[in-house]
Write a protein that binds this ligand. Structure first.
Ligand code: MN
Length: 252
């Protein structure tokens, strides 16, 4: 099996190193990842400036490129142009930080996997629910291995990917895997207003993650209880439940 590994925290992050080592037990690992931190860039593509691909030597990989672009750029450029063959699966992560609830929309980690799905390749994103840079990645790496090993057999429908969130718990507290839905929690946004040396204000996003609606079958609730949350998600944006109602209003 050939596994394309990418992320949004950059090619030097601890998360992608742990993921690469885990995926090497499954097959041949190819890394195409951003050359710098690209968290929360969503599904952005680079269109107004050129992309550069720097070939690198990375442990456990047959081919590795660092790209001066977004996670979605990495998957698109890698599969369409850089790689000599199509990967069998795309695995994105291990992200430093939760991609539950609304985070999945902003996430570059999830968008990289979404891009894999758009290109017709079974894909998954893996996140560890802490921003602690020194956090133990071993449980998340094991979960990534277990899910990736089954990804082809799952026969996900076209356009559907797996969003996997692993709780930050001791192994003694870890409870296993739950299949969940995307939660309904969100950030209470705010900005730190600071002054630059010339006295001009600048703004730095800060926020507080709020539990708005506790969905007992949701991803946030599962990881809070010590479970890995696996949520099948898709990029189809149509609200099917609204179709008929709006047809009645616009096409009476
Ligand atoms: Mn990230």
């Amino acid at each position: 099996m050939r596994i394309l590994v990418t992320n949004d925290d950059g090619i030097t992050s601890r998360g992608i190193q742990a993921l690469t080592a885990a995926m090497a037990r499954l097959g041949e690992v190819i890394v195409v990842a951003p050359d710098r931190q690209q968290s929360a860039v969503g599904h952005a593509l680079t269109v107004a400036s050129p992309l550069r691909a720097v070939r690198m030597e990375r442990e456990h990989t047959s081919i590795a490129y660092a790209i001066n672009g977004t996670p979605a750029d990495c998957v698109k450029l890698g599969i369409s142009t850089l790689l000599p063959y199509r990967p069998d699966i795309v695995v994105s992560g291990i992200n430093h930080g939760s991609n539950t609830s609304v985070n999945a929309i902003y996430s570059g980690t999830v968008s990289a996997a979404t891009e894999g799905t758009l290109m017709g390749i079974p894909s998954m994103a893996v996140s560890l629910t802490t921003f602690d840079a020194s956090a133990d990645m071993s449980l998340a790496a094991e979960v990534a291995y277990d899910v990736a090993a089954r990804l082809l057999d799952l026969k996900l429908p076209a356009g559907t990917l797996l969003n996997v969130n692993v709780p930050t718990v001791d192994r003694s507290q870890y409870r296993g895997v739950k299949v969940t839905r995307q939660g309904h929690n969100a950030w209470k946004d705010g900005y730190d207003v600071r002054k630059d040396p010339q006295g001009h204000p600048y703004y730095w996003l800060k926020g507080e993650f709020l539990t708005l609606t506790e969905l007992e079958d949701g991803d946030d609730f599962a990881v809070q209880q010590g479970w890995t949350a696996i949520t099948p998600i898709h990029y189809e944006l149509t609200n099917h439940a609204e179709l008929d109602r709006l047809k009645g209003l616009f096409q009476p």
